[in-house]
Design a protein around this ligand. Structure first.
Ligand code: AMP
Length: 115
């Protein structure tokens, strides 16, 4: 797996600013700079996994932690009426930043299919 530096690595190291809403040893959550919903937050692992397809069996606990972090952040944001969790993966998935991230979208009714 080749790991390239992305701007999310710089956000993790606090070298560029971000509106961070949650942080622990393994994960970071911050508001998307171009929000697609009233609440749009990205949850990322501090480990620079480029995309979901690059996750390995040794990342099992980390992947579970990311999902539970989504739940925790959604509660923190008051999304009691529900929310969308999206992971864009690779070119066809529409991924633009090559550091695994989980989108939390909420505060409005989501549409399906997402397009
Ligand atoms: P994706 O298209 O799934 O790779 O999503 C990448 C997301 O990162 C997009 O929703 C962007 O708006 C967001 N993004 C890009 N740069 C930043 C930044 N500096 N701070 C916060 N979000 C960003």
């Amino acid at each position: 797996m080749t790991t390239q530096e992305t701007l999310f690595s710089k956000i993790i190291r606090k070298e560029i600013p971000a509106d961070i809403v949650y942080e622990d040893d393994l994960a970071l959550a911050f508001r998307d700079i171009n929000p697609q919903a009233p609440v749009h937050i990205l949850v990322i692992p501090k480990k620079p996994i480029p995309k979901l397809a690059d996750a390995e069996s040794g990342d099992q606990d980390l992947m579970g932690h990311l999902l539970l972090t989504v739940k925790r952040v959604a509660e923190q944001e008051g999304l009691s009426n529900g929310y969308r969790v999206a992971i864009n993966t690779g070119n066809d998935g529409g991924q633009t930043v090559h550091h695994l991230h989980l989108h939390i979208l909420g505060g409005r009714q989501m549409n399906w299919p997402p397009g």
